[in-house]
Design a protein around this ligand. Structure first.
Ligand code: LER
Ligand code: MN
Length: 272
């Protein structure tokens, strides 16, 4: 298993849920702390220049684990379930930019809050809006070797796809082979009856995992049952990326250090 930490540009909002801000310095910090990669949370693909990013990653021996897109929703208010055709075009353009970037860096783009909500509308109607957009983007991504990752997010942030079973059902309905699941154990703790069983049941879809404790602090700082999680990941032979998406509390360096030392110890126990 490989471990990455969520980072963003210097001006990212608190709702970006990243540990480090400022892309170049974050990559350097992640490398110094022993992470294998960084998950890049962006508002727009123009935030990075590919050659420069490549050089900084090479210099620090790090990879991009995935491009994440929550800020496109929180800062730009674009979503997969918006009915406005102009906004749908804007979203398509932004997301294709992320896919182009991911084709060179990490080959994965997440879809968390960016899918949007029901907002009082019929479930089937919203699912169709989602599938229409996700189908187009998955096709665009497939040609570029990129996987799209749908992330179940808890009910207090969004009302559409809260748990892993709902996510698996929608992935099945969309019918795209490069549409997979990104379980986030922070959300699973709220929405899934049993985290370990949900991971086992949906193992065919799991392609990336977000780690945070129950309070969204570093793993080990809350009351999450990490042994249940690691036992399930070991059982399903998960060997992809795990990524730390936590509040930078008490400060970014301490949180990132706490996370890696706790998780590496678990890796040692479960992945000998
Ligand atoms: C939001 O809570 C989250 O977990 C992100 O990864 C998705 O936007
Ligand atoms: Mn997440």
């Amino acid at each position: 298993m490989k471990l990455s930490v969520a980072i963003a540009g210097a001006d990212a909002l608190p709702s970006a849920f990243v540990v480090f801000r400022g892309i170049d310095t974050s990559i350097k910090k992640a490398a110094q702390l022993g992470y294998d990669g960084v998950e890049l949370a962006l508002k727009s693909s123009d935030e990075v220049e590919k050659n420069h990013l490549q050089a900084v990653l090479r210099e620090n021996g790090l990879s991009i684990s995935a491009v994440s897109t929550g800020q496109v929703w929180s800062a730009r208010k674009l979503s997969f379930t918006d009915e406005d055709s102009q906004k749908r075009e804007e979203l398509k353009k932004a997301f294709c930019g992320f896919i182009d970037l991911a084709s060179d860096f990490g080959q994965k783009v997440n879809m968390g809050r960016i899918r949007g909500g029901f907002n009082g509308r019929e479930q089937g109607f919203c699912e169709d809006l989602f599938i229409d957009m996700a189908g187009y983007l998955a096709h665009y991504a497939e040609k570029r070797g990129v996987t799209l990752l749908l992330e179940p997010v808890n009910r207090y942030e969004i009302d559409f796809i809260n748990n892993t079973d709902e996510c698996a059902a929608l992935i099945k309905k969309a019918g795209c082979t490069n549409l997979k699941m990104m379980p986030d154990v922070f959300h699973m703790n709220i929405e899934d009856a049993h985290i370990g069983e949900a991971l086992r049941r949906n193992k065919d879809y799991v392609d990336y995992v977000h780690f945070a404790d129950t309070n969204r602090y570093a793993p080990g700082q809350g009351h999450m049952n990490w042994d249940e999680i690691f036992a399930a990941l070991q059982d399903i032979k998960y060997d992809g990326w795990t990524s730390v998406e936590i509040f930078p509390v008490p400060d970014p360096d301490t949180a990132a250090k706490q996370a890696i030392s706790f998780i590496k110890e678990k890796y040692g126990k479960y992945y000998k």
